[in-house]
Structure formats: structure tokens, C-alpha cells
Design a protein around this ligand. Structure first.
Ligand code: ZN
Length: 501
């Protein structure tokens, strides 16, 4: 290989070492760090992140990328070399447009806004956050100004998490989805409610943790290259292809929280553990976008983990573990309970059918804020109006409304929500493609075998890391562009049967 290529890889590995070290400090911060460590940890993280940014935006990297551009004509598009050059050039061009003092301004504003939100949310105090939110909006628009080719300000933010998507493409897909979902939710809301009381009993934490780890292991999560810890907010993180960790949160009074949270994070981790080891320590050794990442967590959590087939295998062991809680609850009643649909106020607790309406609302509001069509002062009212229109509920206060998610209160406004719904939509499209290649998948799941499904995901998605954009992956893996058709078909089939529609 060209000497410039080796030099580029060496420099990128150093950047990766710094960002991985920062990720490890963040993991520690949320799992084991004593409270007293907070101040120094903030400083250490800022130092590592600044060094990583400096190293990545070094002019020497730009020169190496230029040198290699001439060479690369001979490299096949899907080769590791061409992909590394393509993705690194894209990231380098984006990163070098942002002045360092702007980055510093955003990060210090983000830190004070986050602390203020942590106090204001429990106090239900939107008014005190309003000036900070207005500043966040101004910074978010200034960020977009660095990308004047964008059709809308939010496009610059979407490109950071779901590269290749725009407000126009996402907005059109979401509008189609909303047209289908709102009436479906309304019809289900009129059906007799499903009894989910069996899930709300006392479930001792240790037993929940053991069961969750056993499920993760059987799904294919490799504990030789990972581990699970408890945190306040569950997440998955990676320091290397061979060290991908998950965390979970358990509620002794509600089984679903820990169980489906663990399966969700396992899905993220299967993706990262499945990235080809050849891509280690390069910008390609990551999931490709927020949407594709979420497609994997949601696929394993919902399409697999909330399916009847899955529980034909796992319900016996769960009953044995919790005989007093579930011994008398038939499989079918349990299956119905874990799939209960009920419009609710909080996104993270929403069921599969109503969940996306929470995301669509946030996406539309942040897009309107950035376009200057909605003022921060009018945000709570706009939020409540849309909740009423889509879910038939009005939040009693802002704590259960506009203040519930951290996403608008830790830096920019824009680009952080669409991935959740893109992921749900993609999950069904990928699952349908896997199943048509391997019709035996549902039968295998009933017997606790997940290898055909996981191997299809590994070969078509995981191994490529960030070599391809979400759109490229979808076309390669499923033969077509992103579409809501498989997702809506899945929801109608499953919930049509559950609710007798
Ligand atoms: Zn997730």
C-alpha cells in the first residue's frame, strides 16, 4: 500500500486511541466513579477531546488525503482503502469548517444548560431555561451557517448523525408515517385494554440481572469481548472491536424496564462486536449512522424480543426464575402484556405503536425552531397542542412534556431525534430481507437459535462498519431505498392480531 496510506492510518489510530480513552472515562463516570471525581473527570475529558480534535484536523491529514485522492481511482468503491479515504475526507471536510473557539463556546454553553436542566426539570421550570434554550437555538443556527449548501439549517445537524439524509427526505417519510399511525393509535385506544399487571410485581434485581445476561449471551453478545454494568441511563459503548460494553437499569417493580433495556443495548453491542476487525482503530470501526444503529437495537428488542416465537423459548426459564410472579400467567397473557399499546406522555416509556409519534413531534418542532417558524417561548404550547392532536393527551406540566428529554438541553437543537424512528422503520425492512433470505428464521427463534438472523445482519450490516451510508447499506442489503411499507405491514399484522382489528 502507498506510504501515505500507512501514514494516514497511523495518525487516525492515534485519534481513535484518544477518543476511545475518552469513552472509557465516560463509561467509568457513569458506572463506578465516586462523586468526588466529577470535577477532574470533566477536565480530563475536555483535554482528551480537544487533543483528538486537534490531531484529526491537523493539516498533515489534509495533505495525506489530497495525496491519496489521485491514487484512489484504481481502488474499488467498496474496498477498505477507498472507503477509509471517502469517509475520512468527508469527516475532515466537515470538522475543519468549524472554528475551535466556536466548539469551545458550544461545549461550555452545553455544560451550563445541562446543569440548569437537571434542576429545572424536576422543578417544572421552563421559564428559567428559556434564555439558555434561545442561546442553544442561536448556536445551532450558527453551526448550520458553516454548511451554506444545506437547504435547511437542520440538514447540517442531521448530517452529523444520519449522513445522507435531509429534512426534506426525512420529513416526507415521517409525514407518510404519521398519516398511517395516528388513525391506528386511535382505533387501538378504543379497544378493551390489555392487562399488563403481571409485569408490575416485585422482581428481585439479582435474578433480573442474571436472566438479562443469559438472554444477551444466547442472542450472541460475546462476554469475552464485553460486560454489563448498572447505570442510571442505559447505553452501549465501545473502546475497541474487542471491548464493547452495555449497561442496564433495573426496576424491581417493573419487569420490562431492565429486560427490554438489556435486549436493546445488546442489539447496539452486536452491531459493534460484528464490525470487521480489519477496520479497527480507523473512523470506519463504528456503526454507520444513528438510524442504522437504532435499527439493530430495536430489531432485537422488538421484532425479536417482543415476538411470540422468542417467548416460546424464553418464557419457561423466566417462569422458573419467578414462579410466584409468573407461574400462573400463561404465555399468551405474558405476550399480550409486553405488547400493550397505550398513549402516554413519556417517549422512553412508550410502546411500539405510539413511540414514533413522540419522535415525529420532536423532529417537526426542532425543524420549525431552526427555520424561524416557531419561537422558543411558544415551544411548550406547540408541544402540548401536538400531543393532543396525535396522542389525545395533554401533558399536565412541562416536566412530563417539553422538558422530558435531555436532547435539547445538552448543546445543539436538531438532528438528535430522527434516528430513533428511522431505526424503527429500517428494522422491519432489514428483518423482512433477512427472513426472505432465510425463511427458517422464525422457526429457529422458537427454539432459541438466533444464528441465521444474526449472521445475516453481520454479513450485510455489521461487518461493514461505516464503509457505506445508511442508504447504500439499505440498497445493498434489501434491494431498495428506505420505505415505511415493511414497518407498517409489521405493525398492522402484529397489533391487528393482538387487538382483533
Ligand atoms: Zn438505542
Amino acid at each position: 500500500m502507498h506510504p501515505a496510506y500507512n501514514d494516514l492510518k497511523r495518525r487516525l489510530a492515534e485519534v481513535d486511541d484518544l477518543t476511545s480513552a475518552a469513552a472509557l472515562l465516560q463509561w467509568d463516570q457513569q458506572t463506578h466513579m465516586p462523586e468526588g471525581g466529577a470535577e477532574a473527570r470533566g477536565r480530563q475529558l475536555a483535554t482528551l477531546q480537544r487533543l483528538a480534535h486537534q490531531k484529526f484536523t491537523d493539516e498533515a491529514i489534509g495533505e495525506l488525503l489530497d495525496d491519496l485522492t489521485g491514487e484512489s481511482a484504481a481502488w474499488p468503491y467498496d474496498s477498505d482503502e477507498a472507503s477509509l479515504l471517502r469517509v475520512t475526507s468527508r469527516e475532515y471536510a466537515r470538522a475543519t469548517r468549524i472554528p475551535a473557539d466556536f466548539v469551545a463556546e458550544v461545549s461550555s454553553h452545553a455544560a451550563t444548560t445541562f446543569s440548569a436542566w437537571a434542576v429545572a426539570r424536576p422543578a417544572n421550570d421552563f421559564a428559567s431555561l428559556r434564555p439558555k434554550l434561545e442561546k442553544s437555538l442561536e448556536l445551532s443556527r450558527r453551526y448550520a451557517d458553516f454548511f451554506p449548501e444545506s437547504a435547511e439549517p437542520i440538514d447540517a445537524h442531521i448530517a452529523n448523525s444520519d449522513f445522507g439524509m435531509t429534512a426534506a427526505s426525512v420529513g416526507e417519510l415521517f409525514a407518510q408515517l404519521r398519516t398511517e399511525l395516528v388513525p391506528l393509535v386511535r382505533v387501538i385506544a378504543e379497544c378493551p385494554p390489555i392487562d399488563d399487571a403481571p409485569l408490575y410485581q416485585h422482581y428481585p434485581e439479582d435474578a433480573q440481572l442474571r436472566f438479562g445476561e443469559e438472554v444477551a449471551r444466547q442472542l450472541g453478545y460475546d462476554f469475552q469481548r464485553g460486560r454489563q454494568d448498572k447505570t442510571h441511563h442505559p447505553f452501549a459503548t465501545k473502546f475497541s472491536v474487542n471491548d464493547v460494553r452495555i449497561t442496564t437499569r433495573l426496576d424491581e417493580k417493573w419487569l420490562s424496564e431492565g429486560l427490554f433495556g438489556t435486549i436493546h443495548e445488546t442489539g447496539h453491542a452486536l452491531y459493534e462486536q460484528g464490525v470487521d476487525a480489519r477496520l479497527e482503530a480507523t473512523p470506519l470501526a463504528l456503526g454507520t449512522s444513528a438510524g442504522v444503529h437504532e435499527s439493530q437495537s430495536r430489531l432485537w428488542e422488538n421484532l425479536v424480543g417482543r415476538s411470540r416465537a422468542f417467548w416460546k423459548h424464553f418464557y419457561g426459564p423466566l417462569q422458573e426464575l419467578f414462579p410466584t410472579q409468573l407461574g400462573e400467567v400463561p404465555l399468551e397473557a405474558f405476550y399480550r402484556a409486553i405488547n400493550k399499546v397505550q398513549p402516554s406522555l413519556i417517549r422512553t416509556e412508550a410502546d411500539e405503536v405510539t413511540y414514533n409519534l413522540h419522535v415525529l413531534l420532536r423532529f417537526d418542532l426542532e425543524r420549525a425552531l431552526l427555520n424561524g417558524e416557531l419561537a422558543v417561548a411558544d415551544l411548550p404550547e406547540a408541544w402540548n397542542g401536538r400531543m393532543e392532536a396525535d396522542l389525545g393527551l395533554t401533558p399536565p406540566d412541562d416536566r412530563n412534556g417539553v422538558l422530558q428529554d435531555v436532547h435539547w438541553f445538552d448543546g445543539f437543537i436538531g438532528g438528535a431525534f430522527q434516528g430513533y424512528t428511522l431505526g424503527n422503520v429500517m428494522s422491519a425492512q432489514f428483518f423482512a430481507a433477512a427472513q426472505s433470505a432465510h425463511p427458517e428464521i422464525p422457526g429457529q427463534i422458537e427454539t432459541g437459535r438466533f444464528d441465521s438472523l444474526r449472521e445475516w445482519m453481520r454479513a450485510n450490516i455489521y461487518c461493514h462498519g461505516r464503509k457505506f451510508t445508511a442508504d447504500e447499506l439499505l440498497r445493498r442489503a434489501t434491494g431498495g431505498p428506505l420505505s415505511i411499507t415493511p414497518y407498517m405491514a409489521y405493525l398492522r399484522r402484529k397489533y391487528g392480531e393482538l387487538y382483533g382489528l
